[in-house]
Design a protein around this ligand. Structure first.
Ligand code: FEO
Length: 402
């Protein structure tokens, strides 16, 4: 695993970059083959330092302190801020705090309860608009609950225009070294960022929109956004903010996502046939096997699709279970709002997959416009009819796409 490394991102402001290639599933749900980065920060002035967040305990507290020593004498750390308490950032804080001489810990009221409950650690409660002082420097507390935990606050370092944004503006992907947004493969970064949004943040998208609005109205002289995951942003903040706003609104492009399950290849053949029909009329068609595609990329494609076509065989009378799992995630996150869905079911002898799937997609917010059922593989006449159904689905779907 590449070592932690650090970089100066402002006057006496240090980015502590801790790559994690060993965690296979973020939150033990989302596959992260490219790993993930935990970003902590140090703000120093004279004899004092503020540490912002820590890391998941893939690093031991002793290793973390050894790393801190590359940047500062640990006894200078008089303050630690917990931006939210999810353990990918907070799990080392109690032990680090004990070892560096028990500095003052700051958090929101809810985070304070969570820190006590999870780690038996006490924090001093700060509120929206409060100031944390580090020597002569001032950091403004901006409470933004539900991004994506209810206990979140951001900090704004006034003299440098740096917003420490916690999980907001985060992305998957471990970093070999700390880099800014203009020093990385930006398209890859945006894919990582969109997958992070679709999996970790999307359920709270209305809160994120409110948060963006609130930060915008504060009139900050913002130069840098320093998130808890991914690269630090300095050059492309408007572009990234625009993308995040669009994802939060589930803005639809002229794009269809097709997701299928298949046990012996029949239903996969039907899904590929459907794709070839759709591709004649629409610029972007994303095809996913519910078994082989990573769920991150499936959800990420749905964020900006105008319509979703789900094609499932009947399994023990029900929806093919891997596809069912994806639909359940869509239901929990209500990701169908403003989008259309079509359902195609194959079966040999019975079951209720079509009605089950339609009902759950409706609960996810989709308008389910077309439902087809076939016994085994559709015959030639059925396929001609199916093409007409898909064209009807496309027409309805694309009317609302941008
Ligand atoms: Fe990256 Fe919500 O923790």
């Amino acid at each position: 695993m590449p070592s932690p490394s650090w970089r100066i991102i402002g006057r006496d402001v240090y980015w502590l970059s801790m790559p994690d290639y060993s965690t296979k599933f973020f939150e033990n749900i989302w596959p992260i083959p490219g790993g993930v980065n935990y970003n902590a920060y140090l703000v120093a002035d004279g004899s004092e330092c503020l540490l912002i967040d820590s890391s998941k305990n893939v690093y031991a507290a002793e290793e973390f302190i050894g790393f801190l020593k590359q940047v500062t004498e640990p006894s200078r750390i008089r303050h630690i801020a917990v931006l939210h308490t999810e353990p990918d950032h907070s799990s080392l804080i109690g032990e680090v705090s004990n070892r560096v001489g028990n500095p003052v810990l700051y958090s929101t009221l809810r985070a304070s309860a969570f820190m006590r409950s999870m780690f038996n650690v006490e924090t001093r409660v700060v509120k929206d608009g409060d100031t944390i002082r580090v020597g002569g420097r001032r950091l403004r507390v901006i409470e933004l609950p539900w991004i994506h935990w209810p206990d979140t606050m951001l900090l704004y370092l006034e003299d440098e225009g740096i917003l420490f944004s916690s999980d907001a503006f985060g992305a998957f992907g471990a970093l070999e070294k700390p880099v800014f947004d203009d020093e990385t493969d930006f398209e890859q970064y945006m894919r990582n960022s969109k997958e992070y949004f679709a999996t970790v943040v999307a359920a709270y998208r209305q809160m994120v929109l409110r948060a963006l609005d609130k930060v915008g109205k504060l009139g900050l002289n913002l130069r840098i956004i320093a998130p808890a995951h991914g690269v630090v942003l300095r050059s492309r903040i408007p572009e990234i903010t625009e993308a995040l706003t669009s994802w939060c609104g589930l803005k639809s492009k002229r794009k269809i996502t097709v997701i299928y399950g298949s046990m012996y290849g029949f239903t996969e053949r039907l899904a590929r046939h459907a794709c070839s029909i759709l591709k004649k009329r629409v610029e972007e068609v994303a095809l996913h096997s519910s078994v082989e595609s990573g769920v991150n990329s499936v959800l990420s494609d749905i964020v900006d699709s105008a319509g979703v076509l789900l094609i499932t065989p009947t399994y023990e009378g029900n929806v093919f279970p891997p596809l069912s799992n994806i639909v359940e995630l869509l239901r929990i996150k209500k990701m169908g709002v403003g989008k259309f869905a079509a359902v195609t079911v194959t079966k040999l002898w019975g079951g209720t997959a079509a009605s089950q799937l339609s009902a759950r997609l409706s609960e996810a917010g989709f308008e389910v416009s077309h439902v087809c059922e076939y016994v085994n593989y559709p015959g030639e006449r059925d396929l001609t009819e199916y093409e007409k159904v898909l064209q009807g689905f496309l027409q309805k779907t694309l009317e609302k796409a941008e």
